[in-house]
Design a protein around this ligand. Structure first.
Ligand SMILES: Cc1ncc(COP(=O)(O)O)c(C=O)c1O
Length: 401
């Protein structure tokens, strides 16, 4: 096609799809195989066992579905809820908005709790709704753990606390699309009933695998839920799990090998180290944003996201111009502002297969682009703030100690 990709590598700093490690690319560089062979059966078994470690669950049942995060949402909803069910859903950004739209299309009775974009889910309103719901009309809560639009992370322990306080049986359904594999996530400890994620985020795989993990209460609910579902019916998977054939339809062989390699890398680095790395890169990014004199779209420190930072630009600057200039001139891919914050924020995704020096390259590119669009930034200011922090806080690579 004669498409010139630029010298060196593209600095991919969107909050998904993310950079794919060479090991994962190599693991996927292979022919197709019979998905009914003992080799794929054995591989699948290891994946189902190991993915549970990423969700921190022993009682949850994972489904690796050929879909995206949007399909994983639908799988979670249609297997657990019935048309007309009251669902409390928090609207805090574009992804919670899209999920709510899907909930409405699936004919649930969606009770939307809206917050200003940049704020977390309003859990005071949740508490009052739960307190007054004596007859348990609320069947489920839908909450996005990490809202990728605004870089806001919700504290799920508080959600569980509210439900427990009132002994309320509502299912907790969580979108962890931009958090699983990057942020600490404890499905069992936090009492989450269904968690969804997708392959192209922190797991650093190509798009195409939606991952749903269902706890015992959700599996029980799936037996009586009346929503229409066919492709996404968990029953198909559960039957295949029983007979150890695993696949109700053809999986992407390549993504299975890719997931194996991705999980191996996570465990080699140490899952807790992966989470610490994400925290470190996020903190360094925030220090750079502060040094540039710009604001974080996330308005509360306790909600700062470890996987994405949305940076608010001054009103005279269009953030879309920053994103396109950074790509055209510096081969740096940043995330655009979406919906309500279009033109107002750009996003730095520090999620997945990234390290400190890559981040500094990204921050240098952002600084130069800010100058390009007329923002009076001192070149090097953000990089200096971030590198001072990283120099003090970056540990040795675990395998090189
Ligand atoms: C938090 C969140 N949920 C859901 C989605 C939708 O996932 P997908 O694009 O894989 O359907 C995204 C995508 O960016 C996301 O960030």
């Amino acid at each position: 096609m004669g498409h010139f990709y630029g010298h060196g590598r593209n600095h991919l700093f969107v909050p998904g799809p993310t950079n794919i490690p060479e090991e994962v690319i190599r693991a996927m560089n292979r022919n197709n195989e019979n998905h009914r062979s003992p080799v794929i059966t054995a591989l699948t078994k290891t994946l189902l066992d190991d993915i549970k470690k990423i969700f921190k669950t022993t009682s949850g049942i994972p489904f690796l579905i050929p879909t995206t995060g949007t399909g994983a949402w639908e799988s979670a909803l249609t297997n657990t809820c019935s048309p007309g069910d009251r669902i409390v859903s928090f609207l805090i950004g574009q992804f919670s908005f899209l999920w709510i739209e899907q909930q409405k299309q699936l004919n649930f009775n969606v009770d939307v709790v809206e917050s200003e974009w940049g704020q977390g889910a309003d859990l005071d309103i949740l508490a009052s709704k739960i307190a007054s719901d004596k007859t348990h009309t609320i069947k489920a809560l839908c909450i996005v753990h990490n809202e990728t639009t605004t870089g806001v992370t919700n504290d799920l322990t508080k959600v569980r606390k509210i439900l427990d306080e009132f002994n309320h049986p509502a299912l907790v359904i969580v979108d962890a699309v931009s958090s699983i594999g990057a942020l600490d996530f404890r499905m069992d400890e936090w009492g989450v009933d269904v968690v969804v994620t997708s392959s192209q985020k922190a797991l650093s795989l190509p798009t195409g695998m939606g991952i749903v993990c269902a706890g015992p209460k959700a599996i029980e609910a799936s037996k009586s839920a009346k929503s229409l579902r066919a492709f996404f019916n968990w029953n198909g998977y559960l039957k295949c799990y029983k007979s150890e054939t695993y696949w109700p339809y053809t999986p992407s062989i390549h993504l299975l090998y890719g997931l194996r390699a991705a999980l191996d890398l996570i465990f080699e680095e140490g899952y807790e180290n992966v989470i610490l790395r994400h925290n470190r890169l996020a903190k360094a990014t925030r220090l750079a944003v502060e040094a540039w004199g710009l604001k974080n779209c996330c308005q509360k420190e306790e909600c700062y996201s470890a996987s994405v930072t949305a940076v608010v630009v001054p009103p005279n600057i269009d953030s879309g111009e920053i994103v396109i200039k950074a790509w055209k001139k510096y081969n740096l891919s940043l995330g655009v502002g979406l919906n309500k914050v279009a033109g107002k924020v750009f996003r730095i995704g520090h999620i997945g297969h990234l390290n400190e020096l890559q981040l500094l390259g990204c921050l240098a590119g952002v600084e130069m682009t800010l100058k390009d669009v007329g923002y009076p930034v001192k070149l090097g200011s953000g990089v200096a703030a971030a590198s001072a922090y990283l120099q003090n806080n970056t540990p040795f690579i675990p395998s090189r100690i």
